[in-house]
Design a protein around this ligand. Structure first.
Ligand code: FAD
Ligand code: SIN
Length: 553
């Protein structure tokens, strides 16, 4: 790419910088490209991210037997009193339109057999997952994310006014001015975001990109934990960058642990979809007991926080390294779950006859960059969508399959908002005959030298992830959280030194971001003096009646 073209020279169309190419970034690109020039960054290949691995599907009221009110109710119940109702309403009510757009863009959701549609599913097969009282999950067998990712990537590649930069990583946001902000929460001057510094991961070059609007769509942060369903790119970069720029961050204590990640030495991060439990599979302990019955009336299909905690308790109580998923009642396993069937068979596990060994693992970040009802952050010129954002949809616990939906809904919302406000601003500026374009700052390497082999990035990363798993996991206590805070502070000291001493590469940037995200999780967890949704602290085992609010840093 010609980096000279990235200075802040005015053009007739607004310039939008999108950081991340999962469902949120890709859908936003498709909407923004109607009126703006878009630069889309992906720090790995375009199709790599959490979206690609989504199995269960995307929720929407799609059956005659369902209603918006019921989907709203299930979302609110899972969210344990902390959902923002405006966000829940928007996502649930806009879901059918968003599904229609995905179908128009080429996503092929699994259909019902011809003539088998007595249930009123309008031609599409619907799954059910934990916390949902109705079948409302559209899916592509058990590879829904891949189907969405591939279709949207194909659409985006056709667009002329979109520059795709794969293997390019945003390092930090570029801020201009020192605007006072009414919502600012820390003692720092906020400026307007005018773009980002970007690392070309292959050449090591760093250059600035300017934009009228920068949109963070960089996904989650599962890699802060030793065991996770997330791929390697999920290091919370967007949250960390926004935090450094002074944006408000919310509810980081609500890390969702998925109850059923495959337990096998040769399988890394492989999810066993909740939809299997929706089809009748049951969790069992080593004695073969259906232990979930004692924890919740919905048994194995209870909301995720309850199931993950019950498994954790069962494993601690029995000393066993995992529990079992018994899918033996499912007659059509191979047809419905072909990816899981093949993956397990390759490892010598033969569902549905064989029980599948499963454990909980970090899965989804419910908190993130605080945004309003269209996706704007508390910093001017900066928006956030998808898993990196905190829209209030999930509250203290996300209802299954609501996150692909949230990414697609907010991609559309922010583009609609920007179409009005950016175009209006652009027109005003051209009427005033434009101010002089200001040169962007350049990245200052200072006295940084090439990274020496003896700095152990992988070792520090492992230390953080192990610490987070052991001290800030499914069940927490103040003593353990404080211990984690102390240890992270020591690591922070070392990482800060290395960060400025060496020329940054992707590993070092990710380490710094992962550390920030871990510190934010611990800080938020210490501030919440109650147990609610995904956050369970043995020192405050009950929810507080009067303190229903977000944890803001
Ligand atoms: P992602 O899809 O994670 O994309 C993030 C993008 O940002 C990537 O392109 C990445 O390269 C890029 N990026 C990150 N940092 C930078 C940087 N610094 N610079 C440049 N680019 C960067 N949700 C559901 O609703 N239904 C499901 O069935 C479901 N199943 C799931 C199964 C698994 C195994 C996992 C891990 C998650 C699942 N989820 C599911 C959650 C859901 O997939 C994610 O929440 C959602 O896909 C997030 O989309 P996103 O666009 O926000 O981010
Ligand atoms: C799953 O398929 O179990 C994951 C669904 C989700 O995370 O929403």
């Amino acid at each position: 790419m010609n980096h000279a073209s990235t200075s802040s020279t005015p053009s007739s169309r607004p310039k939008v910088l999108l950081i991340g190419s999962g469902i949120a970034g890709l859908a936003a690109t498709l909407h923004f490209s109607e009126f703006a020039d878009v630069i889309l960054l992906a720090k790995s290949s375009l199709d790599e991210g959490n979206t690609r691995y989504a199995q269960g599907g995307i929720s929407a009221v799609w059956s005659k037997n369902d209603s918006f009110e019921e989907h709203i109710k299930d979302t609110l119940v899972a969210g344990a009193g902390l959902c923002r109702e405006s966000s829940v309403n928007a996502c649930v009510r806009e879901a059918p339109h968003v599904i229609e757009s995905l179908i128009r863009w080429g996503v092929e959701f699994t259909k019902t057999e011809p003539g088998a549609d007595e249930t009123g599913f309008f031609g599409y097969d619907l799954h059910q997952e934990g916390g949902h009282h109705k079948r409302r999950i559209l899916h592509m067998h058990d590879s829904t994310g891949l189907a969405i990712e591939e279709a949207l990537v194909q659409q985006v590649r056709k667009l002329k006014n979109v520059t795709l930069l794969e293997n390019h990583m945003a390092i930090d946001l570029i801020m201009d001015g020192k605007l006072e902000h009414k919502n600012r929460s820390r003692g720092m001057d906020l400026g307007k975001c005018i773009g980002a510094f970007v690392l070309d991961c292959k050449s090591g070059n760093i250059f600035p990109l300017s934009a009228n609007l920068t949109v963070i769509a960089s996904g989650g942060a599962g890699k802060a934990y030793l065991y996770t369903t997330n791929p390697d790119v999920a290091t919370g970069d967007g949250v960390a960058m926004a935090y450094r720029a002074g944006a408000r961050i919310a509810n980081m204590e609500f890390m969702q642990f998925h109850p059923t990640c495959l337990f096998h030495p040769n399988a890394k991060n492989f999810l066993i979809t909740e939809a299997i439990r929706g089809e009748g599979a049951v969790l069992r302990n080593f004695k073969g007991e259906d232990f979930m019955k004692a924890h919740h009336p919905m048994g194995s299909l209870a909301p995720r926080d309850i199931v993950a905690r019950a498994i954790d308790l069962e494993m601690k109580r029995t000393g066993e390294p995992h529990v079992w998923l018994d899918a033996s009642k499912i007659t059509h396993f191979k047809e419905h779950f072909p990816q899981i069937y093949d993956f397990c068979h390759n490892l010598g596990i033969h569902p549905p006859q064989d029980f599948i060994p499963v454990v909980p693992a970090a899965h989804y970040l419910c908190g993130g960059i605080w945004v309003d009802d269209v996706g704007n952050t508390t910093v001017e010129g900066l928006a956030a969508i998808g898993e990196a954002s905190c829209t209030g949809l999930h509250g203290a616990n996300r209802l299954a399959s609501n996150s692909l939906l949230e990414g697609a809904v907010f991609a559309k919302r922010i583009a609609e908002w920007a179409k009005k406000s950016l175009l209006q601003r652009q027109n005003q500026q051209s009427q005033e005959n434009q101010r002089e374009a200001r040169p962007l700052p350049i990245w200052d390497f200072g006295r940084a030298v090439d990274i020496e082999e003896q700095i152990d990035i992988a070792g520090t990363w492992r230390e953080i992830r192990t610490l987070m798993w052991n001290y800030v996991g499914i069940v927490r206590s103040d003593r353990r959280l404080k211990r984690a805070r102390e240890r992270l502070a020591l690591i922070r000291h070392e990482v800060n030194e290395d960060y400025w001493k060496f020329k940054v590469n992707r590993d070092l940037i990710e380490l710094r971001n992962l550390l920030t995200v871990s510190e934010l999780i611990v800080e938020c967890a210490l501030r919440r003096k109650e147990s609610r949704g995904l956050h369970y602290n043995v020192d405050y085992p009950h929810p507080l009646e009067l303190e229903l609010k977000d944890t803001l840093v």
